[in-house]
Design a protein around this ligand. Structure first.
Ligand SMILES: NC(=O)c1ccc[n+]([C@@H]2O[C@H](COP(=O)([O-])OP(=O)(O)OC[C@H]3O[C@@H](n4cnc5c(N)ncnc54)[C@H](O)[C@@H]3O)[C@@H](O)[C@H]2O)c1
Length: 509
């Protein structure tokens, strides 16, 4: 048995798993309540995205999918989804997503004849959305058998789950893990937890796994911990840190979704507003560019002189938060740090100031300090709280300090296409790598593959790449087919990671 884990999945087995999940799901009695929550992605999933909402659930049926006997049109009952009858609608959602995921479709076409994943059994745990479905179906088109579970019931597009279950194949993972006495399909799994859970509970299964592809920040972190402790017994690919993925998730995605998240929650007009952005890294740069373009007056806080200087060069004033906090209309954190906005800052904000976080987790704004007896919390909209001070001053806190864009807006399909293509290539590489190429360690996707992901997306823009002449290639010391930059090109954070192999898999030019 060979499997590629964590992204290791057979066809979609959508979980509302155990009793607690059911209770959690049932806590929200109205359709509207569930819908708004389906837009909200939990902290376990802050580094990957759902394009969110399941708009299609018109059923009032509160019965847990686990208690329903359902059968698809092929007579299979080996799935667990909310309502198999939504399959047709889900199929249309998948078709819409495919339109902006042409790189995956092109990968399907280029590699279909060879079936580079033939015989691979892949188990996965991700958000179940139309975009994930395009990835899963690509892996199947390339020869894999897949079995999937949802990592978050609120981000699950139930109609998409139904569409996948409608086309799904047999449940080999259920068999595999049940043979091990397992309850794999009875657990709620967060994405980063899947690997850990199989590792702990089914060490013998884990040893048979060919490799792991991990996309979440936390999951990658855990893998490095396992590796450091000498406990990682299979190779793992860290796709979170691939250059293309990072650029799109952090810079370009945030450049669009900061505006979307703020507009949806507050209906704010940006022109002339005083905004402070804490952190001028990739996310901060994206946010600032968008806000400036709409006429906001943006200033920056930074701890790193290089990023601070970049902000100056880009025309932003670099300030200390305490110097400007009284004048600000909007405060945005994107540092990945903790307590960047403290209770003291919150006390000094002016009436109506909006505070939100675009960085990792919910640690950047000290929201806990606002849960004190003298302050009143008023929920005015989904994900929007007014915190009222004794003198009547109100501060608007969005998504309780969790990531604004993941909680309150959607992520463009194109961004997800980049991530999904990266994951598909990582799986192909791990599965096809000759014995010994990968040890029991965590690897980055090689630069050449990163470049390939980008090149698969270029036709969308009718972009025409310039080719190096022989003379130029020699002069620059480059191979004409790439890689065109050194591995450390994006940022220092990548230097410490191991960088390896150039795949000789034939989809590469
Ligand atoms: N919202 C999203 O969609 C999304 C997408 C990708 C990443 N993220 C998260 O956003 C965070 C930032 O990501 P990035 O790629 O921009 O990282 P980055 O490291 O490029 O930038 C963070 C910046 O914050 C600065 N900083 C740290 N502590 C600070 C402080 N106390 N005050 C002011 N500046 C400070 C750092 O010097 C750095 O320049 C990370 O936590 C990341 O996980 C969010």
């Amino acid at each position: 048995m060979i499997s590629v884990l964590n992204f290791v999945f057979s066809f979609p087995q959508i979980q509302f798993a155990n009793a607690e999940d059911k209770q959690e799901f049932s806590k929200f009695p109205t359709k509207a309540g569930r819908r708004s929550l389906s837009r909200s992605i939990s902290q376990s999933s802050t580094d990957s995205y759902s394009s969110a909402a399941s708009y299609t659930d018109s059923s009032d049926d509160e019965t847990s999918p686990r208690d329903k006997a359902q059968v698809n049109s092929h007579g299979s009952t080996d799935f667990c989804v909310k309502n198999i009858k939504q399959a047709e609608f889900g199929r249309r959602e998948i078709e819409i997503a495919e339109q902006d995921m042409s790189a995956l479709i092109s990968l399907r076409k280029r590699a279909q004849g060879e079936k580079p994943l033939a015989g691979a059994k892949i188990v996965g745990c991700t958000h179940i959305t139309a975009q994930t479905a395009v990835l899963i179906e690509t892996l199947v088109a390339l020869g894999a058998q897949c079995r999937w579970t949802a990592c978050n019931i609120y981000s699950t597009q139930n109609e998409v789950a139904a569409a996948l279950a409608e086309t799904g194949e047999t449940g080999w993972v259920a068999t595999l893990l049940k043979e091990q006495g397992g309850d794999f399909l009875n657990k709620e799994l967060t994405r980063d937890y899947l690997t850990h859970w199989v590792y702990k509970k089914y060490p013998s299964v884990f040893k048979k796994v060919r490799g792991i592809v991990e996309e979440s920040v936390t999951g990658v972190h855990r893998l490095y911990q396992l590796s450091k402790a000498g406990k990682l017994c299979v190779p793992a690919m860290n796709v979170n840190d691939s250059v293309t993925k990072q650029k799109f998730d952090n810079l370009y995605c945030c450049r669009e979704s900061i505006l979307d998240g703020l507009k949806r929650t507050t209906d704010i007009m940006f022109g002339g507003k005083q905004v402070v952005v804490c952190g001028y890294g990739e996310v901060g740069k994206g946010c600032c560019t968008a806000l400036k373009a709409l006429g906001a007056i943006v200033c920056i806080t930074e701890i790193d002189p290089i990023c601070a200087l970049q902000a100056c060069m880009d025309g932003f004033r670099v300030v200390k938060l305490s110097e400007v906090i009284r004048q600000m209309d909007v405060v945005i954190t994107c540092t990945g740090n903790k307590n960047v906005v403290s209770r003291e800052h919150l006390d000094r904000m002016k009436n109506g100031c909006i505070v939100c976080n675009m960085g990792h987790s919910n640690t950047e704004i000290d929201v806990a300090s606002l849960r004190s007896p003298e302050l009143t919390w008023e929920r005015v909209r989904s994900q929007v709280d007014h915190i009222i001070w004794p003198d009547g001053k109100r501060v608007v806190v969005l998504a309780e300090g969790r990531l604004l864009n993941l909680s309150c807006s959607t992520v463009p399909t194109f961004v997800l296409s980049i991530t999904a293509t990266t994951q598909a290539l990582a799986l192909i590489e791990l599965y096809n790598a000759p014995e010994g190429r990968y040890k029991q360690d965590v690897y980055l996707l090689p630069k050449k593959m990163d470049e390939y992901v980008a090149s698969l997306h270029l036709p969308n823009f009718d972009a025409h790449l310039t080719e190096l002449s022989d003379e130029q290639a020699k002069y620059m010391g480059l191979n004409k087919n790439g890689p065109f930059k050194p591995n450390y090109y994006r940022s220092g954070s990548l230097i410490s990671c191991r960088l390896l192999f150039i795949s000789n898999y034939s989809v590469l030019p």
